[in-house]
Design a protein around this ligand. Structure first.
Ligand code: PEP
Ligand code: MG
Length: 580
């Protein structure tokens, strides 16, 4: 038995079997062929190359849609040319008949020779082509060997996924019925894979560094997402203790259920709004069963990540319309695409950035991908007549981005009018406050928009300058950093002064202890994962705003996040002892 500590990413406990999810390394087969097989082998290479060419053409089209630079498009073109090179293909045919070996091996050897030549050239440009060539060779070999990216959509039985990393798209697509736990080498508490695990109430522990090297498929494992630990090969005594824990958890769950329908009102009578965050429409059921006061954040980019770039305006319109109709009078805040950062488009991985979190993300991506952005805005405005829609823009760092967005909205309204398409004219348009520059210019932004929503996941990341998904520096990810508390306070105060609502939709808003701190800072509108709502309501109903304000008076005098954390923790444990 071995216990390993990591980062608690999604609460809950599960005892089960490991499913080790690994991208297999390519092992190229080598075997003899007969003379009569030469033509067949060669034709296999031609179809594999043709498929690779089509894949690259699709990437090129996607790149054009996203206004990628001419240089990058030209690079994809040169890859397509490499694949079609007649003399290279002719050389393979000759080698096939001389060596009488299978085409995978002959192709693999031929690429090896090319790479050696390029490496020997001592010309920087030529050396850089080596990685291009490797990439293309891998693509063609994948096609020759029918290797598809393994999907987690159809698992045969219940399991705990152990992987080095999971893309948010893997997590969205995985078979939720059978995935009972997630355990990763990398990641942080607010990485999007962790957020999705919480959304689907799957226990998860991340940031375990090298857990994938310690297990194999079928091993016994316990994932304790609440404590942030995993136990390999647990003994009987430990299993017994964990079965008790699971029972206790179920009892707590049942108890909290009684809070679902209760109003979120503090003990001294202040009404608090508690809305839900969702990533995909499938979560609507959970939003309703947890009686959320509307949707405070719909991460619309997951629609695009799921079906890649080719979501049409009509497809988006149908999804937005269905959500709005389903939610009736309740507000539905749909965030425009927050592509980038850790949310990469699977077929588009080739275009990588050196610093994705500081790069082409959120509103930056949308404003330079006008076709995609306008398509989304048109779909949103068309759907607006079916419910209570609010539009929210992510990653705003300056006022120019707000102006450009509002201008684009006016353009699409004119387009819709010209087409005689119905839409609501006055839809509240707000922005996420998740970049420190937005907070420091908040009074100017308040004059332009209808609401703010504080995205603490990113605000912490960009304030403390740490990648929110990097396990090596996860210890620095402090939600009570004095700088962060001040930034939140500035935003809430500026919203009140300007008379516009301020909500908070980062993960901090669903943390029971942080809820007290946020109430003390004057927050009245929370948005969180639906499963966090019952406990949040219980906390809100058992505290007075006056008490929370007193805590703020004390912690605002402290200079260290660790000190604030200990203070809040012991206050909470004492005040809520026996209650939670
Ligand atoms: C945030 O940054 O706090 C937020 C809610 O957005 P996301 O987690 O999708 O970046
Ligand atoms: Mg964010």
């Amino acid at each position: 038995m071995k216990t390993i500590s990591g980062i608690s990413a999604s609460p809950g406990v599960y005892i089960g079997k490991v499913f080790l999810y690994q991208e297999e390394r390519l092992k190229v087969p080598k075997f003899k062929i007969g003379k009569d097989q030469i033509e067949l082998e060669f034709s296999r290479l031609i179809s594999a190359s043709e498929k690779a060419k089509n894949e690259l053409e699709a990437i090129k089209e996607a790149a054009k849609l996203m206004n990628v630079s001419e240089n990058e498009i030209a690079m994809i073109d040169s890859h397509i040319l490499m694949i079609s090179d007649e003399s290279f293909n002719g050389g393979i045919k000759t080698a096939l008949s001389e060596k009488l070996l299978n085409v995978e091996w002959v192709f693999y050897e031929a690429i090896g020779v090319q790479i050696e030549k390029l490496n020997a050239s001592q010309n920087l440009y030529m050396e850089e082509r080596v990685s291009d060539l490797r990439d293309i060779a891998k693509r063609i070999l994948n096609n020759l060997m029918f290797k598809e990216r393994v999907k987690l959509t159809d698992l045969e039985k219940e399991c705990i996924i152990v992987a080095h990393d999971l893309l948010p798209t893997d997590a969205i697509e995985m078979d939720k019925k059978n995935v009972k736990g997630i355990v990763l080498d990398v990641g942080g508490k607010t990485s999007h894979t962790a957020i999705i695990a919480r959304a689907f109430e799957i226990p998860a522990v991340v940031g375990l560094f090298s857990i994938t090297r310690s297990v194999k498929t079928g091993d016994d494992i316990i994932v304790d997402g609440t404590a942030g630990i995993v136990i390999l090969d647990p003994d009987e005594e430990t299993i017994k203790i964990y079965l008790e824990k699971i029972k206790r958890q179920e009892e707590i769950g049942l108890h909290l259920k009684s809070y679902v329908k209760k109003e979120a009102v503090t003990n001294d009578g202040k009404k608090i709004t508690v809305a839900a965050n969702i990533e995909v429409p499938q979560e609507l059921e959970s939003v309703k069963s947890h009686a959320a006061d509307g949707i405070g954040l719909f991460r619309s980019e997951f629609l695009l990540l799921q079906s890649q770039l080719y979501n049409s305006e009509d497809q988006q319109f149908e999804v937005y319309k269905a959500i709005l109709q389903d939610m009736g009078e309740k507000p539905v805040t749909i965030r425009t695409l927050d592509i980038g950062g850790d949310k990469i488009i699977p077929n588009y991985e080739e275009i990588r950035e050196r610093n994705p979190l500081l790069g082409w993300r959120g509103i930056r991506f949308c404003l330079s991908s006008r076709t995609i952005f306008k398509k989304q805005l048109r779909a949103l405005y068309r759907a607006s007549i079916y419910g209570n829609l609010k539009i929210m823009v992510p990653m705003v760092s300056c006022i120019e981005e707000v102006d450009a967005t509002l201008k684009m909205i006016e353009e699409i309204k004119l387009e819709l009018m010209a087409k005689k398409q119905e839409f609501k004219d006055k839809i509240p348009v707000g922005i996420m406050i998740e970049v420190p520059s937005a907070v420091l210019a908040v009074e100017f932004l308040a004059k332009k928009v209808d609401f703010f929503s504080i995205g603490t996941n990113d605000l912490i990341q960009y304030t403390i300058a740490i990648d929110r998904g990097n396990e090596k520096i996860a210890y620095l990810y402090q939600m009570y950093h004095p700088a962060l508390l001040r930034l939140i306070k500035m935003t809430i105060d500026a919203g009140k002064k300007a008379g516009i609502p301020v909500s908070l939709c980062g993960e901090m808003g669903g943390d029971p202890k942080a809820i007290i701190v946020l109430l003390g800072l004057g927050l009245e509108f929370f948005s969180m994962s639906p499963a966090s709502i019952p406990l949040a309501k219980k906390v809100i109903r058992n505290v007075e705003v006056k008490e929370a304000e007193k805590i703020i008076d004390t912690i605002m005098q402290m200079g260290s996040g660790t000190e604030i954390n200990s203070f809040v923790e012991s206050w909470f444990n004492e005040r809520f002892s026996g209650l939670i």
